[in-house]
Write a protein that binds this ligand. Structure first.
Ligand code: MG
Length: 378
């Protein structure tokens, strides 16, 4: 056991009694933080930024070459926590909507950042929706708290950083020549992901299979319409080494999804149909598992609760992302030791990342030994 871990366990043991009384482990842990970090004023700042994608990104519903994001910072006693909102256009949030939401938040009225539950609940009820805007504050606050504790979040949550999964890498829909080329370029990755829902579904699989036998995960993005044909397709995909499929039918078609899940030879994962904690119980029987993304869940706090609840219900868990910088990817990656599948290639798809954090090494999600979410600005 390394020294950091031992010290952390020691400090945890000392405050266990207090944690049980307050029912807030983070606040109790704050008791072990030097006085100068116990009170002060938190200051939230934010700015718009636009991610440039390396390739045109095509899914069943649209194509694009950029993603708007908002970068957040929360400063407290000279320590800065970093956060991010990523807003793929089809989800409805924009530079304008996120900035309008963030302008309504006043963190200066809280004594310190450790009362995450109160602060994030207060922010959640400012307005409905706005999940990416809420996530941008949640991530910066978690980063700040982890930095003040001098601990990475996988330690605070008690997850084993050595148990991180391989991430899938998305091979975009394209002509056979380009798909073959992209598949060869993805040599480092152990799991490939394919977007379905266009009339190219079978051709994509056959093209990739002409190059490699690696396991493939599929994402239909609600793009199939007929449940019987979907079931036939799932059997066809299974024979060709596809191991799991996300959101095969539109999210509203609960009965058809349940019908398909009951018969499917492959695990069916709800993505568009499962946004937040309250959606997890409704996913029982409709999907075999859920895809958790920070930009849907409103951030790390609720994502971790979704993970815990889904696990307790015997559901599969996938951890996904949008196109994001290494900031939001690193934040999500602290949950990755506990999931069945990770799809955390978002920062690899952009040209202008501005953070260094969790890395993908030989296809494996690799957590940095740094406090907070583990990022530095580059
Ligand atoms: Mg998906």
């Amino acid at each position: 056991m390394d020294q950091n871990r031992r010290n952390f366990l020691k400090s945890t043991a000392l405050v266990t009694g207090a944690a049980m009384m307050t029912n807030n482990p983070y606040k109790a842990l704050a008791e072990s933080i030097p006085d100068k970090f116990r009170t002060g004023k938190m200051n939230l700042t934010y700015r718009p930024y636009t991610l440039q994608l390396k390739h045109v990104f095509t899914i069943a519903t649209n194509s694009r070459t950029t993603t708007p994001i908002i970068l957040t910072e929360i400063e407290f006693n000279g320590i800065v926590g970093y956060g991010e909102a990523s807003m793929p256009p089809y989800l409805g949030e924009t530079h304008e909507s996120v900035q309008a939401f963030l302008s309504k938040i006043d963190l200066s009225r809280y004594e310190n950042p450790f009362d995450l539950e109160t602060i994030l609940n207060d922010i959640d009820i400012i307005a409905q929706g706005n999940p990416a805007a809420k996530a941008s504050v949640d991530i910066a606050l978690h980063d700040l708290v982890g930095r003040l504790m001098n601990q990475p979040w996988y330690n605070i949550w008690g997850y084993d950083k050595n148990k991180t999964p391989f991430t899938s890498f998305t091979i975009g829909i394209d002509t056979p020549d380009i798909v073959r080329q992209k598949t060869k370029e993805a040599e480092e990755f152990q799991v490939l992901k394919v977007k379905f829902g266009l009339d190219t579904d079978k051709e994509m699989i056959e093209t990739i299979r002409s190059v490699t036998n690696k396991p493939i995960t599929g994402d239909v993005n609600q793009g199939w319409t007929n449940k019987e044909r979907a079931l036939e397709m799932l059997h066809w995909l299974k024979e060709r080494g596809v191991v799991m499929v996300e959101q095969p039918l539109p999210k509203e078609r609960i009965d058809d999804l349940a019908w398909l899940t009951e018969r499917s030879p492959l695990p069916i994962i709800g993505d568009e149909g499962v946004q937040r904690l309250a959606d997890v119980k409704n996913a029982i029987g409709v999907y075999h598992g859920i895809n958790i993304k920070l930009m849907k869940s409103t951030g790390m706090r609720e994502a971790q609760k979704m993970l815990t609840l889904a696990r307790s219900l015997g559901m599969k868990v996938m951890l996904g992302c949008m196109t994001e910088t290494s900031c939001a990817i690193s934040a999500a990656s602290h949950l990755s030791p506990m999931v069945d599948w990770a799809d955390l290639d978002g920062a690899l798809l952009i040209k202008n990342d501005i953070f260094d954090g969790t890395k993908i090494i030989n296809g494996k999600v690799t957590l940095m030994d740094r406090p907070g979410i583990g990022v530095v600005k580059v």
